[in-house]
Design a protein around this ligand. Structure first.
Ligand code: G
Ligand code: MN
Length: 276
């Protein structure tokens, strides 16, 4: 009733609204059942997007990205639906297991490859990440230093004290820590210090058009001096053009990720790409 009133609609709108809500709920349940099935059958895939190191002239890092087999559903929809249930924990376990298995089985040529894994806010608060990572590394006989964990600013701000504890336990394991989508949240600079962050990933909104956009240019410029002062390394995300690449390089950004350098790809393709 509240929604019908809010929208200044008459009484007849109520039933329409209600039917719509029911449909949405049904779809979400159906989607959850589908995620459950995909997890059980290991239908999901992890793709990898290489990060270019322009100083060394190599791809030494990759970001692991979950891919849904059916292209009609976006992975964001899947994660949103999963986050409201324990499915998100299973999705998280799946990604960590996949990545560890991939790294443990890839050839000596990729012995230095570091893969970063995205951790969702719900996962961060409800999953024992230290246990999850150390257990997977033990099972696959993998050194945790081959992994990096990416969390967003939003995740840390929700509970800074908890974030501090979790991140410090991960750091103890030897995992690298990155703050993802940097610049889109509202974290204070002190958070970077408190949280023992090793990397920040500059959000693509500041990268897009940076050669022409004075604001983005100044923001990235300021971020670079801050990162330098705090001894934090930087990766720029969403680099799509030559101009963006050149401008970022002129600002001292040496690690670049985006379609310009490489798109996300399945693991077999990645191995071929890295050894080409
Ligand atoms: O914020 P986060 O780094 O987790 O986002 C990763 C997402 O960004 C993935 O879905 C990936 O496919 C996408 N992505 C990677 N490189 C680019 C790019 O150059 N441009 C755009 N628009 N998206 C990208
Ligand atoms: Mn990320």
């Amino acid at each position: 009733m509240y929604h019908a009133k809010q929208n200044k609609l008459g009484g007849s709108a109520w039933s329409i609204f209600y039917e719509g809500m029911d449909a949405a709920r049904l779809t979400r349940n159906a989607l959850r059942a589908r995620i459950d099935q995909a997890l059980t059958n290991r239908e999901l895939e992890v793709w990898y997007q290489p990060v270019w190191d322009d100083e060394q002239g190599v791809f030494r890092r990759c970001e692991a990205l979950l891919r849904w087999p059916d292209e009609s559903i976006s992975i964001q929809e899947v994660i949103d639906a999963a986050e409201k249930s324990e499915l998100i924990l299973r999705l998280g376990e799946f990604v960590v297991d996949e990545v560890c298995s991939f790294l443990a089985n890839s050839s000596a040529a990729q012995a230095n490859l570091v893969v970063s894994i995205n951790i969702s806010p719900v996962q961060f608060h409800y999953q024992n990440l230290e246990h999850l990572i150390s257990d997977a590394c033990k099972r696959h006989k993998l050194n945790p230093s081959r992994l990096m964990i990416e969390i967003t600013e939003r995740t840390t701000i929700e509970n800074v004290e908890l974030a501090g504890k979790v991140l410090s336990s991960l750091k103890q394991l030897g995992v690298d820590l990155a703050l993802d989508d940097f610049g889109t949240g509202y974290s204070s600079l002190s958070i970077l210090h408190t949280l023992e962050i090793d990397w920040i990933k500059i959000d693509r909104r500041f990268v897009q058009n940076i050669h022409a956009d004075k604001n983005s240019y100044q923001i990235v410029n300021a971020l670079m001096s801050m990162a330098h002062a705090l001894d934090i390394r930087v990766i720029a995300e969403g680099v799509e053009t030559d101009e963006e690449h050149a401008t970022l390089r002129s600002l001292g950004v040496t690690r670049l990720q985006g379609y310009y350098h490489a798109r996300p790809m399945p693991k077999d393709q990645l191995l071929a790409f890295l050894s080409a």
